[in-house]
Structures are given as structure tokens and as C-alpha cells.
Design a protein around this ligand. Structure first.
Ligand SMILES: *Cc1c(COP(=O)(O)O)cnc(C)c1O
Length: 423
């Protein structure tokens, strides 16, 4: 239980962010290049160069720079041929941008519960989902917080059912699974250069593929689907999704620093792990034998027996402070009180009001009835029983300040505050 009067925790003068852009100078040079050569549109050397460099890094044949990771996912959903009312098996505990593009096309996401080993889609629940939805043909899978999911097992199940994989590697650029980069496993793949990702263009994303035909389609669709004619001729619906050459300049300046950022994020993860090791908590897990995360966000989860009572409604939360125990809400409040930014775990999609009618599958099978009973009860966690894996991690976990400009001294103070929560 955190008692601010018992502790002399000084506030940081400058806020310590969850994850903010880290610039190096070369970004400005490439942006200036675009300006001085007047390539101030969606064509130019910066775009060509970051597409080449990203292919080199990921090990894919083609990359198409787009205005956002969400745009890349939308194009992937279009390529997968998603039709209205089609059931799409999707990661559940993720940012809603993973799911939105499915809905743009009228698809109906069915959410697959999470596993405890990597906090990603549970292959056992996915297998179950194919039993319940034998006609499912598309799976959207994300790698949360930069930790690769169990992609081999997921791929095996998808292959068995002839299902297409859309891989959302927005958070995991640079992370590997069995030596292969995330973003290279799916049929259609997306990464993001959003402002809080491991490297950023301030905005932007990329569509990745080994198919020249698909890459060409995305180049066409993302520039309003112009046909090869002397005038504006259109046979297909178009989008204005191409990345600007100015934004590409920022990405171009950032790309050489990806490995440095990963090393900094890893050091942050290790420092939390060491500093919190004797508390009843653990860090967001990964499979060290199969994968190397990019450590985008450091997260922690509290052991069930060390949780004080915490109840979350749709918009507000209550908790009861208790000696020797804590909860994510208390820790987030304590961290905020010294001017540092943490964040709750992504609230699972199957619990979002917008998706209350959508299917949800756990290892046991259809999880919707249990969920709806809870939702109509209005409170989650009231009896301390985990609803499903995703809601359990949401209930007990949180994201810690993971900014790579945070100093060791700042991080140590945050660790002290977390420790005080368990006094
Ligand atoms: C950031 C993010 C996206 C979307 O990327 P944008 O570039 O912000 O559109 C998609 N999925 C996940 C999991 C993300 O974290």
C-alpha cells in the first residue's frame, strides 16, 4: 500500500514518458533534403530508401511505405478479401488498431483468448476457434509490447485450415522468432512508425510482403487506384494512404538507430527485473529459447495473492489499499504522483462495448456467456476470479515507464515508488 506521507518521493521536473520519440539529428537532414530538392509529396528518395532498408532488415522482398500502420493493416485486410459478415479470428488483448481495419471492411472479428507465456494469441484457443468457426479463413495476430507470440504453432494451425495470416508487427519491429523477424511470418504484414513506437516517423507505417503482385496492388490502391491511362481512370476503389517523403525522411534518420533503441529498451527491462525481483511480481514474459523481443514496453504483473481489492467498471476504477499488497491502479497513481507515465494493459477487445456482440473463444470454448454475465454484473474483478487469461492480465498487469531517454537514476526512483506500494 502506497503511503506518500511516509516517503520522500520527489517529483521529476520533466515528465518521464511511457515511450516518446527519440531523435538523433539525421532525421532533420533527410527532411531538409526533401525540402531543398522539392520532393515534398509522396514520391522521393527518402521513401525509396526506407522501403529498401526495411526489406533488408525484415528479410522480405517488398515494402510499401504508408501513412500509418493502420493503413497497412487495412490494405492487408483488403488483400485477404475480407467480406461483410465474414468471421475473422483476431488477437484479443491488443490495441484496437489491430481490429479496426477488419471492421472497416465489414468483417466480424471473433476474439481469441491470450496465453500467459508471451501475452499473445493462445494457439490452443485458436484451435478451439476453428472447431467453433470451421469456415474461418483469416487470422489477425499481433505481437504485444514487442514480444513475439507463438507464431510457429499459430501458423501450423492456420496452414491446416488454409487460413491467411495478417501479422500485426506494429509494436515488434526488430523482434525475432527463431532468428526470423516479426513481420515476415504472415501472408500480409504491417509495421508502424507511430510516435510512441520503437522508431518513429512521427506517423507512418509499412506493408510488407514477398509478392510483387501484392506490393503493386498496394502501391496502386494507396494512391487512389489510378489506372495506366493518360487521364484519371479508375476501375477499383482507391485510398490516399501513401507516406509523405518528408515523414519518410524522419524514418530514414531513425532506421540506423533501431538496434540502439532495442538495446536501451532491453537495459530498462533488465533494470526493472532486477529492481523488482524480490517483490510478488514478474515482468512481461517471453520465450528466451525461441524469441528475442524488442522490449518496446516493460510491463509487470502482480501475483494473485499480492493483489489488493481492485474493481473496474466501464469508465472508473476503485481499489482498497491494503498493507503488503497493491494493484495496477495504485501503482499507476503512485508513478503519476512523481510525474512519470505508466499505462494499463490493453483492455481485451471482447470486453469493449463496441464488440460486445462479437464472438470470444477461450481454451474451454465459447467464452461469451461468461463474459456477458460479468458485463451485466457491471464490475470486473469483484470476486477476484479471473474471467479469462486476457482479463486476468488486464486486471493484474500494467505498463511501466519505458522511455529510452529515462536515466538509470530516474528509473531507480520509479522502482522505489513501486516497492513502496507493497509495504
Ligand atoms: C500502433 C499500433 C497499430 C497502428 O499503428 P499506427 O501507425 O498508429 O496506425 C496497430 N496495431 C498495434 C498493436 C499497435 O500498437
Amino acid at each position: 500500500m502506497f503511503n506518500p506521507t511516509n516517503h520522500e518521493f520527489e517529483k521529476f521536473e520533466n515528465k518521464v514518458w511511457l515511450s516518446s520519440p527519440t531523435m538523433h539529428g539525421s532525421e532533420l537532414e533527410y527532411m531538409t533534403d526533401a525540402y531543398q530538392t522539392n520532393w515534398m509529396s509522396t514520391v522521393g528518395a527518402n521513401i525509396n530508401e526506407i522501403e529498401r532498408l526495411t526489406c533488408e532488415k525484415i528479410g522480405c522482398k517488398y515494402a510499401v511505405a504508408l501513412s500509418a500502420g493502420t493503413a497497412a493493416l487495412h490494405m492487408a485486410v483488403k488483400l485477404a478479401g475480407v467480406k461483410p459478415s465474414q468471421k475473422i479470428l483476431s488477437s484479443d488483448m491488443t490495441f484496437d488498431a489491430t481490429i479496426n481495419p477488419v471492421v472497416y471492411e465489414g468483417g466480424e472479428p471473433v476474439f481469441i483468448d491470450t496465453e500467459y507465456d508471451t501475452w499473445n494469441m493462445d494457439p490452443v484457443a485458436l484451435k478451439k476457434a476453428f472447431e467453433l468457426y470451421p469456415d474461418a479463413k483469416v487470422v489477425v495476430v499481433a505481437h504485444l509490447y514487442g514480444t513475439p507470440g507463438k507464431i510457429d504453432e499459430i501458423k501450423k494451425i492456420c496452414d491446416l485450415h488454409g487460413a491467411t495470416i495478417i501479422e500485426d508487427a506494429a509494436e515488434s519491429f526488430g523482434a525475432t522468432y527463431k532468428g526470423k523477424q516479426t513481420g515476415a511470418f504472415g501472408n500480409y504484414n504491417a509495421i508502424s512508425f507511430n510516435g510512441n513506437k520503437i522508431i518513429t516517423g512521427s506517423a507512418g507505417g509499412m506493408f510488407l510482403t514477398d509478392s510483387l503482385e501484392d506490393a503493386n496492388k498496394i502501391r496502386k490502391w494507396s494512391t487512389q487506384s489510378r489506372e495506366n491511362a493518360p487521364w484519371y481512370q479508375h476501375e477499383e476503389l482507391g485510398y490516399n494512404y501513401r507516406m509523405s517523403n518528408v515523414i519518410a525522411g524522419v524514418v530514414r534518420g531513425q532506421l540506423p538507430y533501431l538496434d540502439e533503441h532495442i538495446a536501451q529498451k532491453k537495459a530498462i527491462y533488465e533494470r526493472y527485473k532486477e529492481g523488482l525481483k524480490d517483490l510478488p511480481v514478474s515482468m512481461n514474459p517471453f520465450d528466451a529459447e525461441k524469441s528475442v523481443p524488442n522490449y518496446w514496453l516493460s510491463c509487470m504483473i502482480i501475483n494473485p495473492e499480492a493483489m489488493c481489492k481492485q474493481v473496474r467498471g466501464e469508465q472508473e476504477v476503485l481499489y482498497t489499499p491494503e498493507a503488503g499488497k497493491s494493484c495496477p491502479t495504485e501503482i499507476l497513481d503512485a508513478i503519476a504522483s512523481i510525474n512519470a507515465e505508466g499505462r494499463p494493459i490493453w483492455k481485451p477487445m471482447h470486453m469493449q462495448p463496441i464488440y460486445r456482440m462479437n464472438g470470444f473463444v477461450t481454451r474451454e470454448g465459447d467464452g461469451r456467456a461468461k463474459t456477458n454475465a460479468y458485463i451485466s454484473g457491471g464490475l470486473v474483478g469483484a470476486d477476484g476470479n479471473p474471467l479469462d487469461v486476457g482479463m486476468d492480465i488486464f486486471h493484474r498487469g500494467l505498463c511501466l515507464p519505458s522511455d529510452n531517454k529515462m536515466t538509470a537514476e530516474q528509473q531507480d526512483r520509479i522502482i522505489e515508488v513501486i516497492r513502496a506500494c507493497f509495504e
